[in-house]
Write a protein that binds this ligand. Structure first.
Ligand code: DGJ
Length: 756
């Protein structure tokens, strides 16, 4: 069972203020104040964090001993307002025709509070003990940035611990609920959301993330309505179609203006996100693990920890929420062992050879990859057991001697002799029924007794809750990593797990933790091993898995036009440094679209660049262009992976984004024209993130030899390829630079460097 220790908060450096005011009532008295409704003598607990760009953030929780806890304020700090004032400012009547006292939400809106909205905590003891009413028992801090509010309900035999951390630098909130069974009999937990967040009434728009294989991170925006907006994921992985996140915005919110918040559930299993807008207009957001019936049954003394809710808010639009979340992922989620190293250029074999492995050919591909500048060679699916197609061999993690008579070492050594790291594909959680593993252990898979397995890429999900299964996987993977000196694992997962039962009990919770634990065990044994999370593309790209891995495979779709949209949308939560982004073949295998090397390179640079194509099929000219693009990525990856990311507001058919150095010294801008232009002249491109009163030199750094149709353009006029255009940051930011006429499906990269 999970315990309170499973948080990401332990990684935070703490600098924020903590105040629990007054401390006088610190001991539980058992006397139940109704301060929330009668304004008796409330106590407040507070966290304050710096926040990016001096936008300090604070969280204020009314936490009076013996009373129900309640979030009074989460948002940009109001430094001259006291918690008491903010609480009074929010004092609302009880609506006519309703309860005699206004019933406030608590941190779980649990049934015993009497609030007539969806509970954030549903438990029961054989049909009793569900009327939970949690009252503050203690308030404490852990380090400087974490507030821990412990609440109890002795009648129901429950303790709930709410842990809030405000990242001292980014102001990002991480919050978790841990519920413990303090009673004397078993307690079933049916739903335990992370702390319930009250929704600011200005946030009238809700954006969810839907998608499909090869079309991840599609946004759907709707007006928040009275009733329930709910998204559930039952795929047994983060899923293509329900990335666990929500954006909230006002009707006039843009990238740079207006109230906004971005909320994500750091979890790779089943999930539920909901916003309940009550008839009185108040609204609450809940995010938690979607539990199967009977999945969590706590014995006395056991506890269950919700996944972490990670959220950012801003009064200046959606841009700052992404910037804060990116900084949070880089500072607090990713492992510094690998995060601090420049992200090497990948060469991945999948679209070049698929299952058709041949050692000599792969060595030749490695030579060609090194020639264009690859720094890591990843051998994809097809190197083991009888895996000559996706129908057989999965689970037999032994190098196929027919193809690699000397094992993988000769290929790996060849790769290393070319100065590249060696990466290897695994799909540990899965098995083909046509495999030695399944023949030997048909009982090692998840599924309900008597329930027909649902076919899904000819594979079943192994039951990682069985120690013998994880032992087998650990041994196989560790042996190969050791033998071939593997530097990198592409950890794939190619099916939904729709019957996640182990011994008849729902097991998705335990399965998800078992995957995390297996990855952690391997990383402990091999501290320099890097791991990429892939699931048929981006179906497992969440902050939960990123606490254990180093990169995500954003999508199987390498079509540069589609990637522009996928990556723009993913950027609401994922920083460029972890977004795998590859140059695909000239004719995309998934969409059939033919795109120039210039376009493919430009799109791959704005991410963690790699390539996934048969280099023999590319012309010498395109290979030279690719090599130049890789060199450009290497030159700018420091900025791309550490700077502030901006989605620039541009009319269709443009997609423009930029990354600016935190100190304002430089910016790189990508502007793609995805389709045909409705007007005969293109618009101007504003460049955010520059210091207004500094002068910058603007150059066009990609493509190398652009072909802009029509008469002489700004490219020649301002000598963008030579000396560059020298201009004030304010002019570039506010007015922008005129775009040249561009062909559809082309992309330019501009670089702005401050003059000293
Ligand atoms: C799905 C992944 O998303 C692809 O990149 C590739 O690794 C295949 N699986 C291999 O089976």
């Amino acid at each position: 069972m999970s315990s309170a220790g499973e948080t990401a908060s332990g990684k935070l450096d703490c600098m924020s203020d903590y105040e629990a005011m007054p401390e006088s009532g610190a001991a539980a008295t058992g006397h139940l104040h109704e301060c929330a409704t009668e304004r008796g003598d409330p106590s407040f607990a507070q966290l304050k964090s710096a926040g990016l760009d001096s936008r300090a953030v604070s969280l204020i929780v009314e936490a009076t001993i013996g009373a129900r806890p309640r979030i009074v304020h989460w948002g940009e700090s109001l430094p001259d307002s006291t918690p008491e004032e903010l609480s009074l400012l929010a004092f609302a009547q009880s609506p006519l025709g309703s309860a005699t006292r206004l019933i406030h939400g608590s941190l779980s809106n649990e049934p015993g509070t009497g609030i007539a909205t969806a509970p954030g905590l549903l438990v029961q003891r054989e049909g009793t003990a569900w009327t939970v009413d949690l009252r503050v028992h203690s308030v404490a801090k852990e380090g400087q940035a974490t507030l821990v509010i412990t609440c109890t309900d002795p009648r129901c035999g429950i303790t709930a611990t709410y842990r809030f951390t405000l990242c001292p630098v980014t102001g990002v909130l991480s919050a978790q609920t841990v519920v413990a069974n303090t009673g004397e009999s078993g307690l079933a937990v049916e739903w335990c959301a992370a702390p319930v967040l009250p929704v600011d009434r200005r946030l009238e728009q809700v954006t969810g993330f839907s998608g499909r294989w090869a079309g991840e991170f599609q946004q759907e925006t709707t007006e928040r309505f009275r009733g329930t907006y709910m998204r559930e994921n039952r795929a047994g992985r983060t899923s293509h179609d329900m990335f666990p996140a929500i954006l909230l915005s006002g009707p006039c919110t843009s990238e740079t203006h207006g109230p906004a918040s971005a909320v994500h559930l750091a979890w790779s299993g089943n999930a539920r996100l909901r916003i309940d807008t009550a008839q009185d207009g108040r609204a609450f957001l809940q995010a938690g693990e979607l539990l199967l019936p009977g999945e969590i049954a706590l014995q006395p003394g056991e506890s269950y920890a919700s996944p972490l809710l990670v959220a950012a808010m801003s009064e200046s639009g959606l841009g700052p929420t992404s910037q804060a979340l990116h900084a949070h992922v880089r500072r607090n989620i990713l492992d510094p062992r690998t995060n601090d190293k420049p992200r090497p250029v990948h060469y991945n074999t999948w679209e070049a050879v698929y299952f058709d492995h041949d050692e000599a050919r792969l060595k030749d591909l490695a030579n060609r990859a090194a020639e264009v500048g690859a720094e890591r060679f990843v051998l994809d699916d097809g190197w083991f057991g009888s895996r000559r197609s996706d129908a057989a061999g999965l689970g037999d993690w032994f190098v196929s001697k027919d193809i690699y008579p000397g094992g993988l070492r000769p290929l790996a050594d060849h790769v290393r002799s070319l100065g590249m790291e060696f990466g290897l594909w695994f799909e540990p959680e899965m098995v083909n029924p046509d495999s030695d593993l399944f023949r030997a252990h048909p009982d090692w898979v998840l599924g309900g007794e008597g329930i027909e397995h649902v076919p899904f890429r000819n594979q079943l999900t192994l039951d990682l809750t069985k120690p013998e299964v994880t032992d087998y996987l650990y041994r196989c993977i560790a042996d190969i990593v050791e033998e071939a000196q593997v530097d990198y694992i592409k950890w794939d997962m190619n099916r939904d797990t729709v019957h996640p039962a182990s011994g008849e009990r729902g097991a998705m919770h335990r399965q998800t933790h078992a995957v995390y634990a297996l990855i952690d065990a391997l990383r402990e044994r091999f501290p320099d091993l890097e791991i990429e999370s892939c699931a048929s593309g981006g179906a497992r790209a969440d902050y939960g898995v990123l606490q254990h891995t180093d990169r995500v495979w954003t999508s199987d779709n390498n079509d540069a036009l589609d990637r522009q949209a996928i990556q723009r949308s993913a950027s609401h939560f994922l920083p460029l440094s972890i977004m795998g982004s590859h140059v695909g073949p000239r004719r995309c295998h998934i969409t059939g679209r033919v795109l120039s090397m210039d376009m493919r390179v430009a799109s791959a640079i704005v991410g963690h660049m790699g390539m996934e194509l048969d280099l023999e099929d590319e012309t010498a000219e395109d290979r030279a262009t690719l090599a130049a693009g890789i060199a450009l990525y290497k030159q700018h990856r420091g900025l791309l992976h550490s700077g502030r990311f901006h989605r620039i507001a541009m009319p269709e058919p443009f997609n423009a984004v930029s990354v600016s150095a935190v100190n304002g010294d430089e910016t790189i801008v990508s502007c793609a024209m995805l389709g045909s232009l409705p007007t005969s002249l293109p618009p101007r491109l504003p460049i955010p993130g520059l210091t207004p009163d500094r002068r910058y030199r603007v150059k066009l750094v990609w493509p190398q030899a652009p072909e802009f149709p029509g008469t002489r353009s700004i490219y020649e006029e301002a000598d963008l390829a030579g000396e560059g255009l020298q201009v004030q940051g304010a002019a570039l930011g506010r007015l922008g630079i005129q775009l040249p006429l561009m062909h559809p499906a082309t992309c330019i990269l501009l670089h702005c460097k401050a003059e000293h």
